[in-house]
Design a protein around this ligand. Structure first.
Ligand SMILES: Nc1ncnc2c1ncn2[C@@H]1O[C@H](COP(=O)(O)OP(=O)(O)OP(=O)(O)O)[C@@H](O)[C@H]1O
Ligand SMILES: O=C(O)C1=C[C@@H](O)[C@@H](O)[C@H](O)C1
Ligand SMILES: [Mg+2]
Length: 189
């Protein structure tokens, strides 16, 4: 019999978290991986470990260089996670790359959905995001408007994260993943 938190029950594809800056991809991803007892990869953290701070990469080499590093990092993470339910949290703009979009179609993609009110305090507390320099909320809102249709299109599961603690949202996401995996199994029977 499967334990309540057995990773088997959520399927055997990597679980990829997408969504706008500060929505909680890293925090909820880590929480979910802990609940499931599976590895966690945060692609922003992998980039920082290999290349230094994201602000430093943007300042020294430009956004295009960052996006190339990011696409390679995501590809490596998906390859490493193949056949497992490893949780992978992406950076907010990673899904704009068409190669990345194709790669994550082999994963269970979770879109964390929020609004500007949810992230306003978090963004005010953290000024290290290069794309939010200056009018941070104005920039966040404009980017979200352009990226939102991409997040929606790629999502297998959409989780509303406007309310709830990180651990509550981890629990709700685990339940949604179980429902999704069960529904897929039913279709494949
Ligand atoms: N539901 C929540 N309740 C309280 N704090 C939260 C919640 N979700 C995230 N946070 C906090 O908000 C901040 C931003 O979250 P996080 O770093 O996980 O966002 P992100 O989506 O990974 O952002 P980025 O795209 O910049 O990587 C963190 O300090 C995190 O602990
Ligand atoms: O939304 C974005 O484009 C970004 C989000 C962050 O996670 C980082 O990947 C970087 O600051 C760029
Ligand atoms: Mg993050």
């Amino acid at each position: 019999m499967l334990h309540r938190s057995s990773p088997g029950a959520v399927g055997s594809r990597p679980i990829v978290l997408i969504g706008p800056m500060a929505v909680g991809k890293s925090a909820i991803g880590q929480q979910l991986a802990q609940q499931l007892g599976v590895p966690f990869i945060d692609t922003d953290a992998v980039i920082v470990a290999g290349h230094g701070s994201i602000a430093g990469i943007f300042a020294g080499r430009g956004e295009n260089a960052f996006r190339e590093i990011e696409a390679r990092t995501v590809a490596d993470a998906v390859e490493e996670a193949e056949g497992t339910s490893t949780v992978i949290s992406l950076g907010g703009g990673a899904v704009l790359d068409s190669g990345t979009q194709q790669l994550i179609s082999r994963c269970t993609v979770v879109y964390l959905e929020c609004d500007a009110d949810t992230v306003a305090d978090r963004i005010a507390r953290n000024s290290g995001r290069p794309l939010l320099a200056g009018d941070a909320m104005g920039r966040w809102t404009a980017m979200f408007a352009t990226r939102r249709p991409v997040y929606e299109r790629l999502a297998d599961i959409t989780l509303d994260v406007r309310h709830g603690s990180i651990s509550e949202l981890g629990g709700r996401l685990e339940a949604a993943l179980r429902n999704h995996a069960a529904a897929k199994q039913e279709v494949e029977k």
